[in-house]
Design a protein around this ligand. Structure first.
Ligand code: ADP
Length: 765
């Protein structure tokens, strides 16, 4: 049989197809075949690139074919139509001069069908149909023609000829002579092909979806841009982003912060405007851009100017102003405002805030004030992390934004009123703010970037030193302001409060005159305080009433005398002068020191027959309660001097009450007062009404020193007391008391409680 080697294709039996033949030896083989019985052996080359194949280059199983047509093409090659007849195996190979001749063994497929073959055929058909439907590459006619095939072997051959197999795979099938095995093999291959097809489909839908989405977004974005340009762009994001970028560039922020800000701005630009995140980022960038990073005012450190401004705004306060000027002088010499933080301590309304304001003015710096009263959460100082809904920077950063420069005077009001709870200790954060070593890189949870606070001049205010946490207090230079005397208050009212309030109420100087007697009345009967805040309020009320009189046309000028004042403000609110009009038994006057300045305290004691119980009322703190116990124990040790026998105390109940029961009171300094009141109650001797006293008592009757003498004497004077009993150890504090007050009071220094009793009890002890 002449051999026709095939390149890249394979002919199954019963397949009909055209083949172009060009190689000389192949043409010769064909011509020879045409001369005999038109049959030829077709064998496929293992490698289609081999030009002149020899025995080993060919698969040994091929097809015996019938040449049905032959056509000479103009270029000298032949086009033939062949039909495969049978599988055949090459047995012997011989190369003749013009073409190759082979001996072959022809194999014919079995046509007998048992049940198994039938089953296999059906399975193959099902698989094929399924494959054909999902692949889209096989026509319905083909499917139908395949369905018609009866012979199992041919069925396998036809189906595999329609599948996208490689030549080697097709050859594999060709070489399976056993029909059942061939069907079996085909089922497996069909199944595999189906799997691949499914995967292909899955991948392509994914790709398609992704394509569609990006196209849609792109389209919408383009549309939005077009709309924005159409609207003039200014309200769109683009304009806003450009504005923010300009702001960031102009803010002078450190390089690292600038990078962060620009990166966030980029993110913002890309996000859809309606998304929640977009708002959060915008807010953040806005904060970064609007904080002062390098803008600074030039300091004026001129002590003379500072002195003038302090004097202009404040009457009195000589010592305090002196201390402030000293502080500023040291800063000037050191050429920096770094150093301990100033802390102004004193009752409300004594001018702490206004002093700080004047300091800012004299330095030519911006002034900001934050109140720390009631701050109990670290995040109020340091801000919330941005992940929280509605997060904001802490008060320090907010203050800096308000200031607009990096070197304002920053007032931390009521630093003693910070408390702490489970949400963290704000004073720890304050420490970082106030420590010059650390505040160059203050970190706010919201801002995240470190912020430089080292140029800020912090000034703190407090009512009470005792509640300021120790470590904070260590960093502060404390200046105490005690409170004003009546004379000072009068001066302040005349020189500051009245001019200020008349102006604020739109009144002219000619509209209102407040007589001296009215000012004194204001101080004595309408206010009782260490500072002048209440006084300022009362002056404001007077101005308001005067404004009404003038506007209603009743009068052109209002002169406020004592009488007019009473008409305006109503009856006297406070009693001035003698607290008690008569000497009383069991009632002693103590002097107390509270956060609002000094005050007088009445201590009442009553004795009733009973079982020796001690009852304490009037909202007393622990220290004060213990002090009462100590006073009682001391008095018990005096039995023989009191003229009672030892069992007296077991047969009487004692009740100590400190009026204005709703106001909390604490401290040890009422010790001698309570002892005096108890002795008075037991002996029935009255206590001199003009005597006030203060001092801690020990069990053995020693009198220990107390604090706040200056404030206490001011309040004693206000209350109209004339004699003050105080511990001997407080002698040197008398110098601090303003002279006008000192002159009007008699001070009795004592070291033993018995001396107190002798001085205070009417008729002695
Ligand atoms: P504080 O901060 O101590 O509570 P402020 O500074 O708010 O007190 O003072 C309350 C008011 O009293 C302000 O209007 C202030 O100007 C005025 N004032 C306080 N002390 C003086 C003073 N020595 N001279 C003039 N005005 C004063």
């Amino acid at each position: 049989m002449p051999l026709l080697p095939l390149r890249g294709l394979l002919v199954y039996p019963s397949m009909v197809l055209h083949i172009d033949v060009g190689r000389d030896r192949s043409v010769a083989a064909l011509e020879h075949a045409m001369l005999s019985n038109n049959t030829i052996f077709l064998a496929t080359q293992k490698d289609l690139r081999v030009e002149a194949p020899e025995n080993q280059d060919l698969y040994k199983v091929g097809t015996l074919a019938h040449v049905k047509q032959m056509l000479k093409l103009p270029n000298g090659t032949l086009r033939i139509l062949v039909e495969g007849v049978n599988r055949a195996k090459m047995l012997h190979y011989r190369e003749d001069k013009d073409f190759t001749v082979v001996d072959i063994e022809v194999h014919e497929d079995e046509t007998f069908k048992d049940a198994e073959t039938e089953a296999l055929m059906r399975t193959v058909l099902t698989y094929f149909e399924k494959y054909a439907k999902s692949s889209n590459k096989i026509t319905t006619e083909t499917i139908e023609s395949v369905l018609d095939i009866e012979e199992p072997g041919r069925l396998a051959d036809v189906i595999s000829s329609h599948l996208p197999f490689k030549v080697a795979e097709k050859q594999e099938i060709l070489e399976i002579f056993n029909v059942k095995k061939r069907l079996d093999h085909l089922i497996i291959r069909l199944h595999d092909e189906q799997e691949v097809l499914n995967l292909e489909k899955k991948i392509s839908t994914k790709v398609k979806q992704a394509m569609e989405r990006t196209q849609k977004e792109y389209y919408l974005r383009e549309q939005m841009k077009a709309i924005q340009t159409e609207l003039g762009d200014r309200d769109g994001k683009t304009g806003e982003v450009a504005d923010l970028r300009k702001k960031i560039e102009a803010s002078g922020m450190p390089e690292s912060t600038r990078k962060v800000a620009l990166k966030e701005l980029d993110r913002y630009e890309k996000l859809p405007a309606a998304s929640a995140e977009s708002g959060v980022i915008r807010n953040y960038v806005e904060w970064l851009a609007s904080l002062p990073w390098s803008k600074k005012t030039t300091d004026r450190i001129d002590i003379a100017v500072a002195g003038e401004i302090l004097d202009r705004d404040h009457d009195g306060l000589e010592k305090v102003k002196e201390r402030v000027l000293e502080y500023l002088s040291v800063r000037q010499l050191m050429n920096s405002l770094r150093g301990p933080i100033l802390c102004l301590v004193g009752p409300p309304g004594v001018g702490k805030t206004s002093l700080a304001r004047s300091i800012a003015e004299s330095l030519d710096r911006k002034f900001v004030r934050i109140s720390l009263g009631g701050v109990r959460d670290e995040s109020e100082i340091r801000g919330h992390r941005r992940t929280y809904v509605g997060a904001m920077p802490g008060r320090i950063i907010q203050g800096m934004k308000k200031a607009g420069t990096i070197n304002p005077v920053f007032l931390l009001d009521e630093i003693d009123k910070m408390s702490n709870d489970f949400r963290g200790d704000p004073s720890a954060a304050m420490l970082e703010v106030l420590d010059p070593e650390q505040n160059g890189t203050f970190s706010d949870h919201y801002i995240e970037e470190s912020y430089n606070l080292s140029d800020v001049l912090f000034i703190a205010t407090a009512n009470d030193l005792s509640t300021i946490p120790g470590p904070l207090l260590d960093r502060m230079e404390v200046i105490s302001i005690a409170g004003y005397t009546e004379l000072e208050k009068t001066m302040i009212t005349k020189n500051h409060l009245i001019p200020k309030q008349t102006k604020e109420h739109g009144l002219k100087k000619a509209h209102i005159v407040i007589k001296d007697e009215a000012i004194t009345d204001l101080i004595r009967y309408y206010t009782r305080e260490a500072g002048v805040r209440g006084l300022e309020r009362q002056v404001a009320t007077v101005c308001r009433k005067a404004a009404k009189i003038i506007v209603s046309g009743e009068k052109k000028k209002v002169t406020v005398s004592s009488k007019v004042l009473q008409e305006m403000l109503g009856k006297h609110r406070f009693r001035y002068g003698q607290a008690e009009t008569e000497n009383q038994v069991g009632v002693a006057t103590g002097l107390a020191y509270t956060t609002v300045g000094g005050d007088t305290l009445q201590i009442e004691v009553s004795l009733t027959p009973g079982k020796g119980k001690l009852q304490l009322t009037g909202k007393l703190g622990d220290v004060m309660k213990e002090s009462a116990q100590t006073a009682l124990s001391y008095v018990r040790s005096l039995t023989h001097k009191l003229g009672v026998d030892a069992s007296y105390f077991d047969q009487h109940d004692l009740h100590i009450h400190v009026p204005e029961g709703a106001v909390p009171k604490d401290g040890p300094s009422a010790g001698i007062t309570m002892a005096t009141a108890i002795v008075s109650a037991i002996t029935g001797k009255a206590i001199k009404r003009e005597v006030g006293m203060t001092g801690e008592i020990t069990l053995r009757g020693r009198v220990l020193p107390i604090g706040g003498l200056k404030e206490k004497s001011l309040s004693a004077h206000r209350a109209g007391l004339t004699t003050i009993i105080l511990p001997k150890d407080n002698e040197r504090d008398i110098d601090d008391i303003p002279e006008t007050i000192r002159e009007q009071l008699t001070f009795k220094l004592v070291s033993q409680a018995e001396e107190v009793l002798a001085l205070a009890l009417d008729g002695g002890f």
